[in-house]
Design a protein around this ligand. Structure first.
Ligand SMILES: [Zn+2]
Length: 158
């Protein structure tokens, strides 16, 4: 095969020069726009990129200062019964399936922040509690009885 630009005998590859498709040698390749036959259309990789950008686990990590109250499932159930809603009715009101409501009330399913907020509004309850700082005594090491390392060594000597 001959290069269509310089006429050199070569293992030519297709390229675009001034809008014209030509077979070019490696020397002339820099003058044209290389047609990459291997590359797939960019559109096929787009959904994958979007999935990576938006991880579903996001809710787990956000809002560290706000947590569901420990007995959220019982709270939801009693509040619903007080209001006289069936699980179907409550599910309909907040746009969730009855089976989802059942799972939440059984404690099998932790409601997402969004669902919990809807439940709060619909049932007039408070499902979140503010977590202020670290729990008391957490990570703080006290020497029991006020002993120092020296005291221990003296005792061992006895
Ligand atoms: Zn050439």
């Amino acid at each position: 095969m001959q290069c269509e630009l310089c006429g050199k005998e070569c293992n030519c590859r297709p390229a675009i020069v001034d809008g014209v498709k030509m077979m070019l040698c490696s020397d002339c390749m820099r003058h044209g726009e290389v047609i990459d036959v291997v590359a797939k259309p960019i559109t096929s990789t787009k959904p994958i990129l979007q999935r990576i950008k938006r991880p579903k686990e996001k809710d787990v990590y956000k809002g560290m200062s706000k947590e569901l109250v420990p007995n959220w499932n019982k709270l939801i159930k009693s509040a619903r019964e007080k209001k006289g809603f069936s699980r179907e009715e409550l599910g309909f009101k907040i746009g969730e399936r009855t089976v989802t409501i059942s799972k939440i009330e059984n404690g099998d399913l932790r409601p997402s922040d969004k669902v919990a907020e809807k439940l709060e509004k619909e049932l007039g309850i408070n499902l979140f509690e503010e977590v202020s700082g670290t729990p008391s005594g957490f990570g703080v090491s006290h020497n029991r009885d006020g002993l120092t390392l020296g005291d221990f060594i003296k005792r061992e000597d006895k």
